[in-house]
Design a protein around this ligand. Sequence first.
Ligand code: PEP
Ligand code: MG
Length: 755
Amino acid sequence: MRNPATGPRVLLKRLRDVMAKSLGPQQRLDLIVQSIAANMVAEVCSVYVLRADNVLELFATEGLNPDAVHQSSLKFGQGLVGRIAATARPINIADAKEHPSFAYLPETGEEHYSSFLGVPMLRSGRSLGVLVVQNKASRTYQEEEVEALETSAMIIAELIAAGEMEGLNKRGIGLDLSKSVRLKGVPLSDGIGSGQVLLHEPRVVVTNLFNEDADYEIERLRSALSELRVSIDDMLSRGDVSKDGEHRDVLEAYRMFANDRGWVRRMEEAIFNGLTAEAAVEKVQNDNSARLMRQPSAFIRERLHDFDDLARRLLRQLMGKPQPDAGLGIPKNAIVVARNMGAAELLDYDRDCLRALVLEEASPTSHVVIVARALGIAVVGQAIGVVSLAENSDSIVVDGDEGVIYLRPPADVAAAYAEKEGFRQTQLAHYAELRDVAAVSRDGVEVDLMLNVGLAADLPQLSETGAKGIGLFRTELQFMVSSTLPRLDEQQAFYHNVLEEAGSKPVIFRTLDIGGDKVLPYMQQIPEENPALGWRAIRLALDRVGLMRVQLRALLRAARGRELSIMLPMVTEVREVVRVRAMIEKEQKLLAGFGHELPTNVRLGAMIEVPALFWQMDELMEAVDFVSIGTNDLFQFMTASDRGNSQMANRYDTLSRPFLRALRNVVEAGKRNNIHVNLCGEIAGRPLAAMGLIAIGYRSLSMSPSAIGPVKSMLLALDVEKLSKTVLQQLQEPSTGQTMRELLTDFADEYGIPY
Ligand code: PEP
Ligand code: MG
């Protein structure tokens, strides 16, 4: 039976009056605990708030000794209160002293009280503190009372999150919400970024907590839910969601949750108790998050994300904001924090303001990571929990080299990074000065320094870095950031723009390197056991000739009246090149037949990424106009070590003798066959490795834009002939002695070469 004089609705009405009054924070908190105690006919009501030092401090009490306020405290996990905070679960018992976790605090005088009900004050599933009621008589509190106390706890949690409680706590110790946190993730893209948190999916702030009319709010909730269900059904029936696959699974999970009776019932209950529809969604979601975060099963925790997404959608529906506000009001030094996101979403942010990216999920091969790397943005992934710990505008430092983030960093950490950043800026200024300096070694050896790019946003880098041209244009990036397959005219316009921007500088377009780990959302994927060794790149293109033909046609049309260079990824046998050349010739004839202007010359090249090519090198060079070595793939296949597996990273040395010997073979074959040899794997952009490559004969290296300055700086200080002699001679020696890396490092140190 609900008591009309007390009960949750009456309590919420009282709390609403307290919130509406103009009061100081302590006064407001005191009035809140008095109101709760009166309403619940409890002799005691106390609020404990979690501090940055992991201690729960008594912030207000009705019934306990008032002198204990801001004096009495418990460690996180200690006593009943500490346990509630640690587990984010209520405790409801008739005799507190009987509970094994009971801790007696003499200064509060609480030994007189038997029954105890404590609930966590939750925000995004995290405990910010604990709210407790106690009675002398031994009793168990009813479900309705637990619900009322939880709702009150949510209101206090909102006050804490709004910063109202700062300054009340013991001097010098901040609240848990504002403490610095160091999180270890996985480095996904180099660089350091410091700035302000920008949550990719900002929390919807519920400002209107208390309802005037429960029936009206229930109606609002029901209609928002039915709109939500319709929108999910719409998404599921749309053609762009494949019959199965992860995307569909997630939507199916949404549909299941949106129809979950228990979820809806709990929200309706919260409305009945006095909350608005949106506050009810938030309250129930808080409880869900706390519950699911405790689950040991990764699968179930994953479902938490789905549930979170759904609740957020529902809130937006209720508050009339159907779309997330990503990209709006971006700070000048934004660090985007997200659970995960699509590559296209990253491109919606203003590049000039973006300093770094932090993701809870994502792996080195995620599309968003590939794009971030292409844009030169530092990324840390697998930063578990960062989304619930971070608030918009929090200060943050992201170390993409080490895979570490510092949320609200302490002053010394921030200062150390500011110094590092300053040093980097000085270096960048130095590299900018080198822009127009010719890439020639001390002894007059010229090396072509080219760019690896793939997005329109990268093109200005061509003039900013002073690179000689584009050695690798990854055409798949345009496909990966698009939500539908780019049409012929779109591809053509895109390539034309690239060529226009490049002006007289050469551009090498690599045909689509998709399949394997580079998945296009709109193309059905066939599950493969070993995707890196599977149906990808040129293999897929030769089976799906329609796709390849459209791309070739777009390239030929885009390059009308100028030279066109096309490069094929993952070539395994010469026949593949021959087939593509025949396709190009056929396309040219067709275009000419329709009166289209053709390129002045078409050069066809192959990437050397598959070891089998080493035993058909001369034949290959007969069939192509140039080659480019993709050491990222070549190294993974030669050493049988997955390039995306962090356990394998740095296990084998890319400067080891066997690998350098193989690379030397290609240079020699190029000389023998008069074929231009370029190298476009990641190692080309590392100054020490580039030094080794130049020593074994490479005169064309292609790298990410940020590497041009450091590599040029190294080259300007290098005596190529002197190094070559030593390196080529040492290359013949057994691998057991000094490593080639040591040799190169010693040489650089001895001659003061920056690396
Ligand atoms: C490579 O494999 O070295 C390469 C440049 O291609 P990608 O990194 O795009 O596979
Ligand atoms: Mg490759």
